[in-house]
Design a protein around this ligand. Structure first.
Ligand SMILES: [Mg+2]
Length: 206
């Protein structure tokens, strides 16, 4: 039995929304210059407009709510989960996500995420093999990092360095920062896709 217990974030770690953001912004009637590419740049641009923070929250409600079904699974996630199952490594999902979107109280974000997981075979024993009890949505970042501790994760994967830098982040949990162009930090492993995460956990396949 392997002693690894893997925890992972959900949005932009398991789920890719890169192609959904431009569509959602357009659908809301916001003109974005062609040179604005990627979520961080879009966020900076929208926040610079009048009522920018509200606009950004509206775009997020659209992406993580109504358009959730358009989102895709990150590269290599399925294979990494198959490897975890084969190695007997439990996996839990711990996401910082409020139930309702700030700018759209009719949109249930937890329901949208669970439906996406269902349609991507997360809860199918022949699919990704998750149980419903392996998925946690926490209303604040503080509660998220506490949950990571109480679940006894040995490793945690997240696309936001802020999660690892939170003062309540449990000591001794290996931190794996997911995504492109991240800054190296002595205490944090970097992974640009899930096959790299599998290599960090299990070493290279020979
Ligand atoms: Mg995330």
């Amino acid at each position: 039995m392997n002693s690894i217990r893997l925890g992972t974030d959900f949005d932009n770690t398991i789920v890719s929304y890169e192609h959904v953001f431009p569509r959602a912004t357009k659908a809301l009637g916001i003109d974005v210059p062609d040179e604005i590419e990627g979520k961080p740049e879009l966020r900076r641009f929208l926040r610079g407009l009048p009522d920018g923070e509200i606009l950004w929250q509206k775009v997020q409600a659209e992406v993580y709510g109504r358009r959730m079904c358009e989102a895709e699974m990150e590269t290599g996630f399925r294979e990494a989960m198959q490897r975890c199952r084969a190695e007997g490594v439990p996996v839990v999902v711990v996401s910082h996500k409020t139930r309702f979107a700030a700018q759209d109280p009719d949109t249930d974000l937890h329901k949208a995420s669970l439906q996406w997981m269902e349609s991507n075979h997360f809860f199918n024993p022949d699919g990704l093999g998750f149980g419903r009890q392996d998925v946690y949505f926490e209303p604040t970042r503080k509660e998220k990092v506490r949950r990571i501790g109480s679940l006894g994760c040995t490793h945690f994967v997240d696309d936001l360095p802020e999660v690892f830098l939170n003062s309540d982040f449990p000591e001794g949990v290996a931190r794996i920062l997911y995504g492109q162009g991240m800054e190296r930090n002595a205490d944090i492993d970097l992974a640009s896709d899930w096959s790299e995460i599998a290599s960090i956990l299990f070493g290279c396949r020979v």
